[in-house]
Write a protein that binds this ligand. Structure first.
Ligand code: SF4
Length: 336
């Protein structure tokens, strides 16, 4: 059965023509799917009764309710969405003053196997479709209040690039959700081919998971980066004009006694010299079976201050949703 959620306006135009529906039906479908975000064909009241009946018979709209939502003491909410074969993905909504940021999953599990990440330790369950990614955004209770979307949930977004780019088009197109690309951030460990295409085809912000300024160590912590050394990654990033409106940030999960030494700080300063970027330091969040430890706050503050003194804009990311395992690196539940 054809799923309509996730189709672009040109694709819907083609589809309605093939099905023998009037051309204007494509625009109507876009309005209902994306702007009004209805969850059933029956709610599409300006579409003829006959067409709605046919849509119900031969198509899926693509919306699924969440199975569960948990709310943290700090207001962070974690949603559980069904995807396929009894599997589920998690989506986190993080409130912060007047911002509502949704952290979206792009895959069921993740093939990158980062050693400190709970998702990377789960069995691989495949890519999410554009419909399954968009459903997370359209089906949370805070849909109308969302200010930012970050692709930092389960999965490596650039490992599911076709679907990611389709979602970004729906989110930013005037016929879709018409969001500014400046409100969307895609986070990646850096995959050579995928990164090149993402940088060319999207204007959204980029967050790169760094975690070590040293290649060999980074390959050990992030096995998925093998074959794309740091000098090539940086060379590719330097081809982009980051002084415009598009932002580049580096995520750095700090693991006690592993990547928090003075040599690491010096290495970071050398690596990022002259790159207009923000460094986000994230104190590691331990999970069941983890072999790493969270550094003391004093270590994190010292790293932040040293990098800042060296002219690198650096922030310490606050831990959010710890009590419901919604914090960075903890999203992991792939089975209902
Ligand atoms: S940190 Fe990201 S890329 Fe690495 S295993 Fe976890 S979800 Fe995958």
């Amino acid at each position: 059965m054809e799923t309509l959620l996730g189709k672009t306006l040109p694709e819907l135009k083609e589809w309605v023509a093939e099905e023998g529906y009037p051309r204007f039906a494509a625009q109507q479908l876009c309005e209902w799917l994306y702007k009004k975000a209805v969850a059933s064909f029956d709610e599409m009241t300006n579409i003829s009764k006959q067409m709605r009946a046919e849509l119900n018979e031969k198509c899926l709209l693509g919306r699924e309710n969440y199975q569960l939502v948990q709310t943290s003491r700090d207001g962070t909410r974690k949603y559980l969405f069904p995807v396929k074969d009894g599997r589920t993905v998690e989506t986190a909504m993080i409130p912060d003053l007047d911002r509502r940021t949704l952290c979206v999953s792009s895959q069921v599990g993740c093939r990158m196997g980062c050693r400190f990440c709970a998702t990377g330790q789960q069995p691989w369950g495949g890519n999410l479709s554009a419909a399954q990614i968009l459903n997370q955004i359209l089906s949370v209770d805070e849909r109308a209040e969302l200010s930012n979307i970050v692709f930092m949930g389960m999965g490596e977004p650039l490992d599911n690039l076709d679907e990611l780019l389709r979602v970004l088009e729906v989110l930013t197109a005037p016929w879709g959700l018409a969001m500014s690309p400046r409100r969307i951030t895609v986070s990646t460990i850096g995959i050579a081919q995928g990164l090149r295409r993402f940088l060319c085809e999207s204007e959204c912000h980029l967050a790169v998971s760094l975690h070590s300024p040293f290649d060999a160590e980074r390959r050990t912590l992030l096995p998925g980066t093998s074959g794309f050394p740091l000098n090539e990654l940086l060379a590719q990033l330097r081809t982009v004009n980051w002084r415009g409106q598009r932002n580049l940030s580096f995520e750095y999960v700090v693991l006690a006694g592993v990547n928090d030494s003075p040599a690491h700080i010096d290495g970071l300063i050398k690596l990022l010299r002259g790159v207009p970027c923000l460094v986000n330091l994230i104190g590691y969040h331990p999970h069941a079976g983890a072999t790493f430890e969270r550094p003391k706050d004093a270590v994190l503050l010292k790293m932040r201050d040293k990098l800042t003194q060296a002219g690198i804009l650096t922030t310490l990311r606050a831990s959010r949703g710890m009590d419901i395992a919604a914090a960075c690196g903890l999203l992991s539940k792939t089975k209902g």
